[in-house]
Design a protein around this ligand. Sequence first.
Ligand code: FES
Length: 402
Amino acid sequence: MARQGGVAMSSPAEIGAEWRRAVALDRLRRDGKAVAKIEGKQIALFAAGERILACNNRCPHEGYPLAEGTLAEAPAEGACTLTCNWHNWKFDLATGDNLHGGDNLRVYPTRVVEGEIWVDVADPPAAERQAQAYEHLRAGFEDDDYDRMARELARLAKAGGDPAQAVAAAIEWSHDRMQYGMTHAYAAASGWLRLYDQSRDPELRLACIVEAVGYISFDVAREPSYPFAPPGPMWDAAGFLAAVEAQDEPLAIGHLRRALAEGNGFAELEPVLTEAALAHYAGFGHSLIYIPHAGDLIARLGRRVEAPLILALARALIYARREDLIPEFRAYADTLAQWPRSLPSARRRPGDRKSAWRLGRSDHGGGGGGRVSRAAALDIPAAARRRFAQSAAVRHRLAGED
Ligand code: FES
Protein backbone atom coordinates (compact mmCIF):
# COMPACT_ATOMS: atom_id res chain seq x y z
CA MET A 1 0.00 0.00 0.00
CA ALA A 2 1.62 3.28 -1.14
CA ARG A 3 1.28 6.57 0.75
CA GLN A 4 0.73 10.00 -0.71
CA GLY A 5 0.78 13.09 1.49
CA GLY A 6 0.35 10.81 4.51
CA VAL A 7 -2.77 9.13 3.11
CA ALA A 8 -2.65 5.40 2.35
CA MET A 9 -3.28 4.70 -1.33
CA SER A 10 -4.67 1.36 -2.46
CA SER A 11 -4.92 -0.29 -5.85
CA PRO A 12 -8.36 -1.37 -7.16
CA ALA A 13 -7.33 -4.98 -6.56
CA GLU A 14 -7.07 -4.30 -2.82
CA ILE A 15 -10.72 -3.28 -2.55
CA GLY A 16 -13.08 -6.02 -1.38
CA ALA A 17 -16.68 -6.69 -2.34
CA GLU A 18 -18.07 -4.76 0.63
CA TRP A 19 -16.19 -1.55 -0.13
CA ARG A 20 -18.10 1.38 -1.60
CA ARG A 21 -16.96 4.59 -3.25
CA ALA A 22 -17.86 7.57 -1.05
CA VAL A 23 -16.36 10.89 -2.18
CA ALA A 24 -13.40 12.39 -4.07
CA LEU A 25 -10.26 12.90 -1.99
CA ASP A 26 -9.77 16.44 -3.34
CA ARG A 27 -13.25 17.46 -2.28
CA LEU A 28 -12.85 16.10 1.24
CA ARG A 29 -9.49 17.86 1.59
CA ARG A 30 -11.08 21.12 0.41
CA ASP A 31 -14.17 20.96 2.67
CA GLY A 32 -12.74 19.03 5.62
CA LYS A 33 -15.88 16.90 5.85
CA ALA A 34 -18.50 15.28 3.64
CA VAL A 35 -21.57 13.07 3.86
CA ALA A 36 -22.00 10.13 1.50
CA LYS A 37 -25.29 8.29 1.08
CA ILE A 38 -24.54 4.62 0.57
CA GLU A 39 -27.23 1.94 0.43
CA GLY A 40 -29.58 3.62 2.89
CA LYS A 41 -26.84 4.74 5.27
CA GLN A 42 -25.49 8.23 5.73
CA ILE A 43 -21.73 8.09 6.27
CA ALA A 44 -19.83 11.14 7.49
CA LEU A 45 -16.21 11.52 6.37
CA PHE A 46 -13.63 13.79 7.95
CA ALA A 47 -10.17 14.86 6.85
CA ALA A 48 -8.35 14.81 10.17
CA GLY A 49 -4.80 15.88 9.53
CA GLU A 50 -3.31 13.13 7.39
CA ARG A 51 -6.08 10.71 8.22
CA ILE A 52 -9.42 10.08 6.63
CA LEU A 53 -12.02 8.93 9.14
CA ALA A 54 -15.54 7.76 8.49
CA CYS A 55 -18.49 7.12 10.81
CA ASN A 56 -22.27 7.00 10.79
CA ASN A 57 -23.64 10.46 10.24
CA ARG A 58 -26.54 9.74 12.60
CA CYS A 59 -25.51 10.16 16.20
CA PRO A 60 -26.22 6.91 18.09
CA HIS A 61 -28.05 8.95 20.72
CA GLU A 62 -30.93 10.68 18.95
CA GLY A 63 -29.80 10.58 15.35
CA TYR A 64 -28.69 14.19 14.83
CA PRO A 65 -26.06 14.68 12.10
CA LEU A 66 -22.52 14.22 13.28
CA ALA A 67 -21.17 16.02 10.22
CA GLU A 68 -22.38 19.12 12.08
CA GLY A 69 -20.37 18.12 15.15
CA THR A 70 -17.07 19.54 16.36
CA LEU A 71 -13.82 17.81 15.57
CA ALA A 72 -10.90 18.22 17.96
CA GLU A 73 -7.54 16.78 17.08
CA ALA A 74 -4.55 16.14 19.28
CA PRO A 75 -2.01 15.10 16.66
CA ALA A 76 0.71 14.41 19.22
CA GLU A 77 -1.41 11.68 20.84
CA GLY A 78 -2.97 10.68 17.54
CA ALA A 79 -6.37 11.39 19.09
CA CYS A 80 -9.32 12.74 17.22
CA THR A 81 -12.50 13.49 19.17
CA LEU A 82 -15.83 14.20 17.56
CA THR A 83 -18.42 15.98 19.71
CA CYS A 84 -22.10 15.82 18.86
CA ASN A 85 -23.25 19.31 19.65
CA TRP A 86 -26.83 18.37 20.39
CA HIS A 87 -26.19 16.68 23.76
CA ASN A 88 -22.39 16.79 24.01
CA TRP A 89 -21.65 13.10 23.53
CA LYS A 90 -17.99 12.68 22.53
CA PHE A 91 -16.54 9.91 20.42
CA ASP A 92 -13.03 8.73 19.62
CA LEU A 93 -13.39 8.94 15.87
CA ALA A 94 -10.70 6.33 15.24
CA THR A 95 -12.38 3.59 17.32
CA GLY A 96 -15.97 4.80 17.78
CA ASP A 97 -15.64 4.53 21.57
CA ASN A 98 -17.95 6.82 23.49
CA LEU A 99 -15.85 9.09 25.70
CA HIS A 100 -18.74 10.95 27.35
CA GLY A 101 -22.30 9.73 27.03
CA GLY A 102 -23.56 6.24 26.18
CA ASP A 103 -23.64 4.24 22.98
CA ASN A 104 -20.56 3.77 20.80
CA LEU A 105 -20.37 5.15 17.26
CA ARG A 106 -20.12 2.92 14.20
CA VAL A 107 -16.91 3.74 12.33
CA TYR A 108 -15.79 2.48 8.92
CA PRO A 109 -12.33 1.64 7.51
CA THR A 110 -11.34 3.89 4.59
CA ARG A 111 -8.98 3.64 1.63
CA VAL A 112 -8.08 5.89 -1.26
CA VAL A 113 -8.10 4.41 -4.74
CA GLU A 114 -7.19 6.55 -7.73
CA GLY A 115 -8.25 9.79 -6.06
CA GLU A 116 -11.52 8.43 -4.61
CA ILE A 117 -12.22 7.54 -0.99
CA TRP A 118 -13.76 4.12 -0.42
CA VAL A 119 -15.34 2.82 2.79
CA ASP A 120 -15.80 -0.75 3.97
CA VAL A 121 -19.49 -1.12 4.85
CA ALA A 122 -19.31 -4.79 5.85
CA ASP A 123 -21.14 -5.41 9.13
CA PRO A 124 -19.29 -7.23 11.92
CA PRO A 125 -20.42 -10.85 12.42
CA ALA A 126 -23.93 -11.20 13.83
CA ALA A 127 -22.71 -12.96 16.98
CA GLU A 128 -20.36 -10.07 17.73
CA ARG A 129 -23.12 -7.50 17.21
CA GLN A 130 -25.50 -9.45 19.44
CA ALA A 131 -22.89 -9.77 22.19
CA GLN A 132 -22.23 -6.03 22.01
CA ALA A 133 -25.96 -5.24 22.11
CA TYR A 134 -26.32 -7.37 25.25
CA GLU A 135 -23.32 -5.69 26.87
CA HIS A 136 -24.77 -2.26 26.21
CA LEU A 137 -28.30 -3.34 27.13
CA ARG A 138 -26.87 -4.29 30.51
CA ALA A 139 -25.37 -0.80 30.82
CA GLY A 140 -28.77 0.75 30.04
CA PHE A 141 -30.44 -1.67 32.46
CA GLU A 142 -28.10 -0.68 35.28
CA ASP A 143 -28.80 3.01 34.62
CA ASP A 144 -32.56 2.44 34.29
CA ASP A 145 -32.21 4.23 30.95
CA TYR A 146 -35.32 3.37 28.94
CA ASP A 147 -34.13 5.04 25.73
CA ARG A 148 -30.83 3.22 25.74
CA MET A 149 -32.53 -0.11 26.39
CA ALA A 150 -34.85 0.62 23.44
CA ARG A 151 -31.90 1.38 21.16
CA GLU A 152 -29.92 -1.68 22.21
CA LEU A 153 -32.91 -3.98 21.83
CA ALA A 154 -33.44 -2.61 18.32
CA ARG A 155 -29.77 -3.35 17.58
CA LEU A 156 -30.13 -6.84 19.04
CA ALA A 157 -33.15 -7.54 16.83
CA LYS A 158 -31.36 -6.12 13.79
CA ALA A 159 -28.40 -8.42 14.47
CA GLY A 160 -30.73 -11.44 14.42
CA GLY A 161 -30.93 -11.90 18.20
CA ASP A 162 -34.08 -13.06 19.98
CA PRO A 163 -35.43 -10.03 21.89
CA ALA A 164 -37.53 -12.27 24.15
CA GLN A 165 -34.33 -13.70 25.59
CA ALA A 166 -33.44 -10.19 26.76
CA VAL A 167 -36.25 -10.63 29.30
CA ALA A 168 -34.51 -13.81 30.50
CA ALA A 169 -31.26 -11.87 30.80
CA ALA A 170 -33.04 -9.14 32.79
CA ILE A 171 -34.42 -11.77 35.18
CA GLU A 172 -30.93 -13.19 35.66
CA TRP A 173 -29.53 -9.70 36.31
CA SER A 174 -32.24 -8.80 38.81
CA HIS A 175 -33.55 -11.83 40.70
CA ASP A 176 -31.23 -11.39 43.72
CA ARG A 177 -31.64 -7.61 43.82
CA MET A 178 -35.29 -7.57 44.86
CA GLN A 179 -34.86 -7.31 48.60
CA TYR A 180 -38.30 -8.72 49.35
CA GLY A 181 -38.54 -10.98 46.36
CA MET A 182 -40.56 -11.08 43.14
CA THR A 183 -42.42 -7.93 42.22
CA HIS A 184 -45.08 -6.96 39.70
CA ALA A 185 -42.30 -6.43 37.18
CA TYR A 186 -41.86 -10.17 36.67
CA ALA A 187 -45.61 -10.76 36.65
CA ALA A 188 -46.04 -8.03 34.05
CA ALA A 189 -43.18 -9.48 31.97
CA SER A 190 -45.19 -12.64 31.32
CA GLY A 191 -48.05 -10.48 30.02
CA TRP A 192 -45.73 -8.43 27.82
CA LEU A 193 -44.26 -11.63 26.39
CA ARG A 194 -47.75 -12.85 25.55
CA LEU A 195 -48.45 -9.61 23.69
CA TYR A 196 -45.07 -9.92 21.98
CA ASP A 197 -45.94 -13.42 20.77
CA GLN A 198 -49.37 -12.35 19.55
CA SER A 199 -48.23 -9.35 17.52
CA ARG A 200 -46.71 -9.19 14.05
CA ASP A 201 -45.90 -5.49 14.26
CA PRO A 202 -42.10 -5.22 14.72
CA GLU A 203 -42.33 -1.95 16.66
CA LEU A 204 -45.05 -3.17 19.01
CA ARG A 205 -43.14 -6.41 19.55
CA LEU A 206 -40.01 -4.55 20.58
CA ALA A 207 -42.05 -2.12 22.66
CA CYS A 208 -43.36 -5.10 24.65
CA ILE A 209 -39.83 -6.27 25.38
CA VAL A 210 -38.61 -2.79 26.34
CA GLU A 211 -41.56 -2.39 28.71
CA ALA A 212 -40.81 -5.76 30.33
CA VAL A 213 -37.07 -5.15 30.68
CA GLY A 214 -37.57 -1.50 31.65
CA TYR A 215 -40.00 -2.32 34.46
CA ILE A 216 -37.58 -4.89 35.89
CA SER A 217 -34.75 -2.37 35.62
CA PHE A 218 -36.85 0.25 37.44
CA ASP A 219 -37.55 -2.15 40.31
CA VAL A 220 -33.87 -2.94 40.95
CA ALA A 221 -32.31 0.44 40.12
CA ARG A 222 -29.51 1.20 42.56
CA GLU A 223 -30.26 -1.99 44.51
CA PRO A 224 -27.32 -4.18 45.56
CA SER A 225 -27.32 -7.95 45.42
CA TYR A 226 -29.04 -9.68 48.33
CA PRO A 227 -27.42 -13.11 48.02
CA PHE A 228 -29.51 -16.22 48.56
CA ALA A 229 -28.45 -18.70 51.23
CA PRO A 230 -26.60 -21.80 49.98
CA PRO A 231 -28.37 -25.16 49.61
CA GLY A 232 -29.26 -26.80 52.91
CA PRO A 233 -28.56 -30.42 53.81
CA MET A 234 -31.90 -31.82 52.68
CA TRP A 235 -35.10 -31.04 50.80
CA ASP A 236 -38.18 -31.39 52.92
CA ALA A 237 -41.43 -29.76 51.81
CA ALA A 238 -42.82 -29.60 55.37
CA GLY A 239 -39.56 -28.08 56.57
CA PHE A 240 -39.77 -25.48 53.79
CA LEU A 241 -43.34 -24.56 54.73
CA ALA A 242 -42.41 -24.27 58.40
CA ALA A 243 -39.47 -22.03 57.52
CA VAL A 244 -41.73 -19.78 55.41
CA GLU A 245 -44.21 -19.67 58.29
CA ALA A 246 -41.38 -18.61 60.63
CA GLN A 247 -40.14 -16.08 58.02
CA ASP A 248 -36.73 -17.75 58.27
CA GLU A 249 -35.29 -16.90 54.88
CA PRO A 250 -31.95 -18.73 55.13
CA LEU A 251 -33.65 -21.96 56.16
CA ALA A 252 -36.45 -21.73 53.59
CA ILE A 253 -34.08 -20.84 50.76
CA GLY A 254 -31.67 -23.58 51.89
CA HIS A 255 -34.48 -26.12 51.52
CA LEU A 256 -35.47 -24.79 48.14
CA ARG A 257 -31.96 -24.69 46.74
CA ARG A 258 -31.42 -28.26 47.88
CA ALA A 259 -34.63 -29.19 46.03
CA LEU A 260 -33.32 -27.47 42.89
CA ALA A 261 -29.92 -29.14 43.27
CA GLU A 262 -31.68 -32.52 43.42
CA GLY A 263 -33.25 -31.83 40.03
CA ASN A 264 -36.65 -30.53 41.06
CA GLY A 265 -38.08 -27.76 38.92
CA PHE A 266 -41.16 -25.56 38.85
CA ALA A 267 -43.46 -28.48 38.03
CA GLU A 268 -42.40 -30.34 41.17
CA LEU A 269 -42.29 -27.28 43.43
CA GLU A 270 -45.45 -25.47 42.34
CA PRO A 271 -47.76 -27.33 44.80
CA VAL A 272 -45.69 -26.47 47.86
CA LEU A 273 -45.17 -22.89 46.70
CA THR A 274 -48.94 -22.60 46.24
CA GLU A 275 -49.55 -23.99 49.71
CA ALA A 276 -47.25 -21.36 51.16
CA ALA A 277 -49.00 -18.62 49.18
CA LEU A 278 -52.43 -19.71 50.42
CA ALA A 279 -51.45 -20.00 54.07
CA HIS A 280 -52.17 -16.38 54.95
CA TYR A 281 -53.90 -14.76 52.00
CA ALA A 282 -50.40 -13.40 51.52
CA GLY A 283 -49.85 -10.04 49.90
CA PHE A 284 -53.59 -9.58 49.24
CA GLY A 285 -53.42 -12.57 46.92
CA HIS A 286 -50.44 -11.29 44.94
CA SER A 287 -48.27 -14.15 46.19
CA LEU A 288 -50.70 -16.59 44.64
CA ILE A 289 -51.01 -14.62 41.42
CA TYR A 290 -47.24 -14.53 41.02
CA ILE A 291 -47.02 -18.32 40.88
CA PRO A 292 -48.69 -18.87 37.47
CA HIS A 293 -46.83 -15.85 36.10
CA ALA A 294 -43.54 -17.42 37.18
CA GLY A 295 -44.65 -20.67 35.55
CA ASP A 296 -45.54 -18.87 32.32
CA LEU A 297 -42.14 -17.17 32.22
CA ILE A 298 -40.32 -20.45 32.76
CA ALA A 299 -42.39 -22.15 30.06
CA ARG A 300 -41.70 -19.29 27.62
CA LEU A 301 -38.06 -18.52 28.39
CA GLY A 302 -36.69 -21.90 29.41
CA ARG A 303 -34.66 -23.39 32.21
CA ARG A 304 -32.27 -20.45 32.45
CA VAL A 305 -34.89 -18.49 34.41
CA GLU A 306 -36.26 -21.39 36.47
CA ALA A 307 -34.03 -21.17 39.55
CA PRO A 308 -33.88 -17.33 39.54
CA LEU A 309 -37.67 -17.07 39.43
CA ILE A 310 -38.32 -19.76 42.02
CA LEU A 311 -35.88 -18.12 44.45
CA ALA A 312 -37.32 -14.63 43.93
CA LEU A 313 -40.84 -16.02 44.28
CA ALA A 314 -39.94 -17.84 47.50
CA ARG A 315 -38.47 -14.67 48.95
CA ALA A 316 -41.74 -12.87 48.15
CA LEU A 317 -43.69 -15.61 49.94
CA ILE A 318 -41.51 -15.32 53.02
CA TYR A 319 -41.88 -11.56 53.38
CA ALA A 320 -45.42 -11.03 52.07
CA ARG A 321 -47.91 -9.27 54.31
CA ARG A 322 -50.23 -11.71 56.03
CA GLU A 323 -53.55 -10.14 55.34
CA ASP A 324 -55.47 -12.57 57.57
CA LEU A 325 -53.83 -10.92 60.58
CA ILE A 326 -55.33 -7.52 59.74
CA PRO A 327 -58.72 -7.02 61.46
CA GLU A 328 -60.55 -6.24 58.20
CA PHE A 329 -59.51 -9.57 56.74
CA ARG A 330 -59.84 -11.88 59.70
CA ALA A 331 -63.00 -13.35 58.25
CA TYR A 332 -60.89 -14.71 55.46
CA ALA A 333 -59.44 -17.29 57.85
CA ASP A 334 -62.93 -18.59 58.65
CA THR A 335 -63.86 -18.67 54.97
CA LEU A 336 -60.68 -20.52 54.14
CA ALA A 337 -61.40 -23.02 56.90
CA GLN A 338 -64.77 -23.70 55.23
CA TRP A 339 -63.26 -24.19 51.81
CA PRO A 340 -64.09 -26.17 49.70
CA ARG A 341 -67.39 -26.80 51.47
CA SER A 342 -68.34 -23.18 50.88
CA LEU A 343 -67.81 -23.44 47.13
CA PRO A 344 -71.49 -23.81 46.11
CA SER A 345 -72.39 -20.61 47.89
CA ALA A 346 -69.49 -18.88 46.19
CA ARG A 347 -70.99 -19.38 42.71
CA ARG A 348 -71.62 -16.21 40.84
CA ARG A 349 -74.92 -14.49 41.50
CA PRO A 350 -76.60 -11.83 39.39
CA GLY A 351 -74.74 -8.54 39.79
CA ASP A 352 -71.48 -10.18 40.92
CA ARG A 353 -69.56 -9.01 37.90
CA LYS A 354 -70.41 -5.40 38.55
CA SER A 355 -69.45 -5.78 42.19
CA ALA A 356 -66.15 -7.33 41.26
CA TRP A 357 -65.39 -4.51 38.88
CA ARG A 358 -66.16 -1.94 41.54
CA LEU A 359 -63.95 -3.80 43.99
CA GLY A 360 -61.16 -3.87 41.45
CA ARG A 361 -61.39 -0.16 40.79
CA SER A 362 -61.71 1.39 44.14
CA ASP A 363 -61.56 -0.98 47.08
CA HIS A 364 -58.16 -2.40 46.49
CA GLY A 365 -56.11 0.33 48.03
CA GLY A 366 -54.60 1.69 44.83
CA GLY A 367 -52.88 -1.50 43.69
CA GLY A 368 -53.66 -3.76 40.75
CA GLY A 369 -57.30 -2.68 40.55
CA GLY A 370 -56.26 0.85 39.71
CA ARG A 371 -54.03 -0.53 36.98
CA VAL A 372 -56.94 -2.46 35.50
CA SER A 373 -59.04 0.66 35.10
CA ARG A 374 -56.14 2.64 33.66
CA ALA A 375 -55.42 -0.21 31.27
CA ALA A 376 -58.96 -0.06 29.96
CA ALA A 377 -58.76 3.69 29.53
CA LEU A 378 -55.35 3.84 27.92
CA ASP A 379 -55.03 0.77 25.72
CA ILE A 380 -51.69 -0.26 27.14
CA PRO A 381 -50.19 -1.84 23.98
CA ALA A 382 -50.84 1.36 22.02
CA ALA A 383 -49.32 3.47 24.79
CA ALA A 384 -46.24 1.24 24.93
CA ARG A 385 -45.90 1.42 21.18
CA ARG A 386 -46.06 5.23 21.24
CA ARG A 387 -43.52 5.46 24.02
CA PHE A 388 -41.18 3.14 22.16
CA ALA A 389 -41.53 5.04 18.89
CA GLN A 390 -40.79 8.31 20.71
CA SER A 391 -37.73 6.90 22.39
CA ALA A 392 -34.61 8.18 20.83
CA ALA A 393 -33.85 7.18 17.28
CA VAL A 394 -34.95 3.58 17.29
CA ARG A 395 -36.72 3.66 13.94
CA HIS A 396 -33.63 4.06 11.85
CA ARG A 397 -31.98 1.26 13.82
CA LEU A 398 -34.82 -1.07 12.97
CA ALA A 399 -34.40 0.05 9.36
CA GLY A 400 -30.74 -0.92 9.52
CA GLU A 401 -29.33 2.57 9.09
CA ASP A 402 -27.11 2.17 12.12
S1 FES B 1 -25.58 13.59 21.64
FE1 FES B 1 -25.92 13.36 19.55
S2 FES B 1 -28.05 13.40 19.34
FE2 FES B 1 -27.72 13.56 21.44
